[in-house]
Design a protein around this ligand. Sequence first.
Ligand SMILES: [Zn+2]
Length: 73
Amino acid sequence: MGTGDRDREPRPPVRMCVRCEVTTETPVVVGVVHQNSGPGFVVYACQACAMHYPPQPEVLTVLSPPRRAGSTQ
Ligand SMILES: [Zn+2]
């Protein structure tokens, strides 16, 4: 065991654009995806692509694939 968080340098949050898939240092939140299984995640886009998205973050919902009703494992 060790204490390893010593050399942490403040790096800008680099995210990958959801539209052009290019990593950007100036990500813009364009949406939040909520999943049924596990926590949701934030969708980022670069500055250029963010213009193509609505100004307000839109909440998207990922629906789990249909399962047979009444089938519990
Ligand atoms: Zn982009």
